[in-house]
Design a protein around this ligand. Structure first.
Ligand SMILES: Nc1ncnc2c1ncn2[C@@H]1O[C@H](COP(=O)(O)OP(=O)(O)OP(=O)(O)O)[C@@H](O)[C@H]1O
Length: 639
C-alpha cells in the first residue's frame, strides 16, 4: 500500500495544527493570558515530542499545557479542565477557547481529556510515568507538582489510620484550670494534637495559638519525662521574622505555664527558618535533610503555615522521621503562600462547619471534660480530626474596631466592613481619597515615622531603634503604579530628604531601612529580613539585622546585594509580622490582587490602630473577591 499520499496529508495537518496552536499561544501571550515562559515551555516540549506523537489532538494538548504552566505561575497547583471548559482564563472568550479546541477535534471535556491521554507528554495519575504532565480525572498537573501533592496526600492518609496516643487527662486539666468557658477550644486543641502524630491548629490573631501550643509542648514534655525519655523538639517558621516572633512569643508563654522548672526548661524557645532547619544550600532546590537523611527530632512545630507553599510542605514532610509529630500552626484565612498552593487553606477547608467524627468527639469529651459531643458529625472526613479552630480572640475585645473589621472582612460582608469603618472606633480610621485624587498623601503617611526619626536623631541603641521602627508600618496592596510600594518608598525617602531627615536619599544614610529580597547564604540572612542603617562605635555606617536570638549583627552596606527600601512594604511581605500601627494603602483603580484575604491580612497585622486608605468602591469589590487556588487536596481530603 502506498502511504506517501497519506503521510503528505498528515504533514500538512501537523503543520496546520502547529500553526493554529502557536498562533493561539502567541495571541494569548500578547493578551497577557500566558507568559513567555509558558509558551516556550510547551513549544519546546511539543518540538521534542513531535516525532513520537504527531497527531490530531496536539493543539488541545498544547493549549492545556500552556494554561497549566500559566496557572502554576498564578499559584494554582493544577488546572481543572472541566472548570476551564466552562470558565476560560480572563482575557479569553468562551467561544474563542472552544474554537481553539475544536481546531484539534476537541468538543467536550471528555474529548479534551482523551486528547491528553493519547499524548506522549501526559501520563495518567494511576500509572505515572516520567512525562511532563499528569492527568488525574479532569485535573492536569505539571509532573513535579503532582508529585508534591501526592507526597503530602500520602503522608496525611498514612496518619488517618494511626492508633491515637495516650493523653494524661489530669495533666491536661492542670494546664487548663479555668473551667468557666462553655467549650475551651484551646484545651480541645491540646487534647487533639497530643493524641495524633499530625495536627493543625488554626486561629485568627490573638486567639492563643502560641499559648495553646506551648501548653501542648509542656504536656508532651511532661508525659515523656514521666517515661524517662527526653523529647527533641524543634520550632520553625517560613521566614526569619516569623521565626523571631515565634521565639519571642513562646518564651513569653512559657513564663506563664503553671508547671515545674524542669518541664519549662525542656521546651525550646529558639525557632529557626524552615530553610535553615532543612539545611538549605541556597540556590539549589534540594535540602540536606530529606527521606534518606531525616531531621533529628521527635516533635516539629511550624508556625505561620499559611505562608508555606506546596513544594516546601512536601520537602518538609519528606524530611520528617516516621515516628515524629508534626504540629502546624497558622491563620487559615490569611493570604496564601507567594509560591504555588494554599496548603493550610486546603487542609482546613471545612473546619468552620464540619467538626469531628462522633467517636473522636466522644474521645475528646472524655479527655477534656468539655462537651464536644454536639460537635460530632458522621459526615466529617478523617482529616477533620487533625484540625482545631481557635475561635476566641484575647487580643481584640468586644470594643475593638480592628477585631470587628477583621471579622467582617473575613466573612466577605462588605456592608459590615463599611459600617465598621464608619462607626468611629478609636482604633480604626478610614481615609477616603478625594474626588480626582491621583497621588498618595505622602505627608500624612510619613507622619507615623516621626518617632522613628526622633530615635535616629538621638542615636538610640539599635535594639530600641528597631523596636520604634516596627511600631508603625505602611502597607501597600500592589508593587507597581502610583500607589505601589516602589513609588511610595521613593516618595517617602524624598519627603524625608526635603524635611532634612535624610542627607542624600541616593546613598546609605542613618535611619535607612531596607528589606532583603533574596536569601543570602554567606550572610545567613533571609528574604524578608529587615535591616536598619546606623553608625557603629567607629562612626562607620552598618546595616543592623536582628538575629533569631534577638541579638543584632551589623554589616557593611557594601555586603548587601539584593534589597529594597522598606518604609512601606506590600501586604504579602508583611505576613508573619505585626505592628502597633498599620496604614494600608489601596490603589485608586481596581486590581485582581485586591481580595478579602489581602485586606484581612493587612488589617490583622495591626495590634493597636489601623487606618485604611481607599475608596468605598474598591473596598466593597475587594471584600467580595476571594482567592481560589486549584489543587487536588480539597477534593481528596474533603469530598
Ligand atoms: N485562654 C486565655 N485566656 C486569657 N488570655 C489568653 C488566653 N490565651 C491567650 N491569651 C492571651 O492572648 C494574647 C495572645 O495570645 P497568643 O500570643 O498565644 O495568640 P496567637 O494566636 O499566637 O497570636 P498571634 O496572632 O499574634 O500569633 C496573649 O497575651 C495571651 O496571654
Amino acid at each position: 500500500m502506498d502511504f506517501s499520499n497519506q503521510l503528505g496529508l498528515l504533514d500538512a495537518f501537523e503543520e496546520n495544527t502547529a500553526k493554529v496552536t502557536s498562533f493561539r499561544l502567541a495571541d494569548w501571550q500578547a493578551k497577557g493570558v500566558l507568559r513567555a515562559i509558558d509558551c516556550q515551555w510547551i513549544t519546546q516540549l511539543a518540538h521534542h515530542a513531535k516525532e513520537d506523537n504527531p497527531g490530531k489532538g496536539d493543539s488541545a494538548v498544547h493549549i492545556a499545557g500552556a494554561l497549566c504552566s500559566a496557572y502554576l505561575g498564578a499559584g494554582h497547583i493544577c488546572i481543572d479542565l472541566a472548570t476551564i471548559w466552562q470558565h476560560p482564563p480572563e482575557g479569553v472568550e468562551l467561544e474563542e477557547l472552544r474554537a481553539a479546541l475544536a481546531d484539534s477535534g476537541v468538543n467536550s471535556v471528555s474529548s479534551w481529556c482523551n486528547a491528553l491521554q493519547g499524548s506522549r507528554l501526559v501520563s495518567l495519575a494511576g500509572n505515572v510515568a516520567e512525562r511532563p504532565m499528569v492527568l488525574a480525572g479532569t485535573r492536569l498537573y505539571l509532573y513535579r507538582y503532582f508529585q508534591y501533592e501526592q507526597q503530602v496526600l500520602n503522608y496525611l492518609k498514612s496518619q488517618f489510620s494511626v492508633v491515637p496516643f495516650d493523653v494524661d487527662a489530669n495533666l491536661l486539666a492542670q494546664l487548663f484550670p479555668d473551667t468557666s468557658q462553655s467549650v475551651d477550644w484551646q484545651k480541645v486543641a491540646v487534647a487533639n494534637a497530643a493524641s495524633l502524630p499530625f495536627s493543625v491548629i488554626s486561629g485568627g490573631p490573638g486567639t492563643g495559638k502560641t499559648t495553646t501550643v506551648t501548653r501542648l509542648l509542656a504536656l508532651l514534655v511532661a508525659q515523656s519525662l514521666a517515661e524517662g525519655k527526653v523529647l527533641r523538639i524543634e520550632l520553625a517558621a517560613p521566614t526569619g521574622k516569623a521565626a523571631a516572633r515565634l521565639t519571642e512569643s513562646i518564651s513569653k508563654a512559657k513564663a506563664d505555664l503553671p508547671l515545674s522548672g524542669d518541664i519549662k526548661d525542656a521546651i525550646p524557645e529558639q525557632a529557626s527558618t524552615l530553610h535553615r532547619l532543612l539545611g538549605s544550600d541556597f540556590g539549589r532546590s534540594r535540602f540536606k535533610h530529606n527521606k534518606a537523611n531525616p531531621l533529628h527530632l521527635d516533635v516539629l512545630l511550624v508556625d505561620e503555615v499559611s505562608m508555606v507553599d506546596l513544594p516546601m510542605m512536601a520537602k518538609l514532610i519528606d524530611a520528617m522521621p516516621t515516628h515524629a509529630r508534626l504540629i502546624l500552626l497558622g491563620d487559615k484565612d490569611q493570604l496564601a503562600s507567594v509560591e504555588a498552593g494554599s496548603v493550610l487553606g486546603d487542609l482546613s477547608y471545612g473546619i468552620d462547619n464540619v467538626y469531628f467524627q462522633p467517636e473522636w468527639a466522644d474521645r475528646l469529651t472524655s479527655l477534656t471534660r468539655e462537651n464536644i459531643v454536639p460537635f460530632g458529625n458522621p459526615s466529617a472526613p478523617p482529616i477533620s480530626r487533625a484540625l482545631t479552630l481557635l475561635r476566641t480572640s484575647y487580643r481584640f475585645d468586644a470594643n475593638s474596631g480592628i477585631g470587628h473589621l477583621a471579622k467582617a472582612m473575613n466573612a466577605g460582608d462588605s456592608q459590615a466592613v463599611l459600617s465598621c469603618l464608619q462607626s468611629g472606633y478609636a482604633d480604626v480610621e478610614w481615609r477616603v481619597p478625594e474626588e480626582g485624587q491621583t497621588k498618595a498623601d505622602i505627608a500624612a503617611l510619613a507622619k507615623g515615622y516621626d518617632d522613628y526619626w526622633d530615635a535616629v536623631r538621638q542615636n538610640l541603641d539599635i535594639a530600641k531603634l528597631y523596636e520604634v521602627f516596627t511600631r508603625y508600618q505602611i502597607l501597600t496592596a500592589v508593587r507597581q503604579g502610583e500607589f505601589g510600594v516602589e513609588k511610595i518608598n521613593a516618595q517617602l525617602e524624598n519627603y524625608f530628604y526635603q524635611r532634612g531627615r535624610v542627607k542624600d536619599p541616593h546613598v546609605w544614610y542613618p535611619g535607612k531601612a531596607v528589606m532583603l529580597t533574596r536569601n543570602d547564604a554567606a550572610l545567613g540572612l533571609f528574604n524578608g529580613d529587615i535591616g536598619l542603617c546606623m553608625p557603629d562605635e567607629f562612626q562607620r555606617l552598618r546595616v543592623w539585622f536582628m538575629q533569631p536570638d534577638g541579638s543584632f549583627t551589623g554589616l557593611l552596606p557594601s555586603r548587601l546585594s539584593e534589597f529594597e527600601v522598606v518604609f512601606a512594604m506590600t501586604v504579602h511581605k508583611s505576613q508573619g509580622s505585626e505592628f502597633e500601627q498599620v496604614a494600608l494603602l489601596l490603589p485608586m483603580t481596581p486590581s485582581p490582587v485586591l481580595t478579602k484575604e489581602l485586606l484581612y491580612t493587612g488589617i490583622t497585622r495591626a495590634k493597636k490602630s489601623f487606618s485604611l486608605w481607599g475608596s468605598s468602591g474598591l473596598i466593597r469589590a475587594a471584600t467580595g473577591a476571594c482567592i481560589q487556588r486549584d489543587s487536588g487536596l480539597i477534593s481528596e481530603l474533603w469530598h
